[in-house]
Design a protein around this ligand. Sequence first.
Ligand SMILES: C[S@@+](CC[C@H](N)C(=O)[O-])C[C@H]1O[C@@H](n2cnc3c(N)ncnc32)[C@H](O)[C@@H]1O
Ligand code: SF4
Length: 276
Amino acid sequence: MEWGLYKKIVKDAVDFGIEKIQLHFQGEPLLYKRFPDMVKEAKKYGLSTQVFTNGLPLTEKKADEIILAGLDSLRFSVDGASQETYELNRVGGEFKKVYRNMAMMVDRAKKRKSSIDLLWQFIALSNNEHEIEKAKKLAKTINIPFFVKTFAESVPGLTPRNPKFRRKLHVKPCTDIYRSTFVYYTGEVVVCCYDLEGQHVVGDLKEQSLIEVWNSEKYKTMRTHINNADQNPEDEPEICKNCLKWTHKDYLPQAVSLIDGEKRLTSDLNGANDLV
Ligand SMILES: C[S@@+](CC[C@H](N)C(=O)[O-])C[C@H]1O[C@@H](n2cnc3c(N)ncnc32)[C@H](O)[C@@H]1O
Ligand code: SF4
């Protein structure tokens, strides 16, 4: 993202009244050279800052810069506990390297007496659920908090077999669209992080303020179509039709029965704040 545009977006977010900014979307934020500056800029306005990373590009230097910049929360996305499983979900990734990087980050944070919140997030899938206990132990060894994020029960092939790792779907209409908004590196705005390819761009922060975009006709129309998904399914945006989080009420009984009676993992606690 062009630096001037980033500064403008942060200012827009503050004017809007936003309190928390997540410095990633679908890309890898640690590849951005000025990532620590992005954190500093947001902290200047008192925003809470969080980032999700695959953890692979982290170096000691970057870790120190990020900590000094004042990042509040960093989540490592590591969905495996061996090379064999990890690379099924992160093609070309090296498990040993990311594990070393997590340990290094914990160590750097401790040395600098930082209060940064570090977390190993493990998305449970059918191809990695057998490694959850091993991952938990590995996390304990390096002293990083660990949590299992449940995965939608509606995706054949990827859904974990163990019902306690399946995410309970919520009944539409979706309310996530009222608590977050997403900006591409170009400044284009979409209403949901599932809009991976910008199918429903509702504004452009290069030309508009965030307040203008939020109140625009395009955004309002998207809200109406999402709100009325049950009554007017033909107007429901494409991205919502296979949503991993919200479902039509007619599909729900089946979804609920899959998790009934199961004690939920910690992911529900965290899940309340997760957007996906
Ligand atoms: C798309 S990534 C982008 C940030 C960073 N590159 C990373 O790997 O965390 C953001 C989050 O989405 C999760 N994620 C990736 N693909 C997903 C999928 N198909 N379904 C649900 N979550 C997914 C990742 O594990 C990560 O926690
Ligand atoms: S894809 Fe899902 S989370 Fe996103 S707006 Fe649609 S219903 Fe909401």
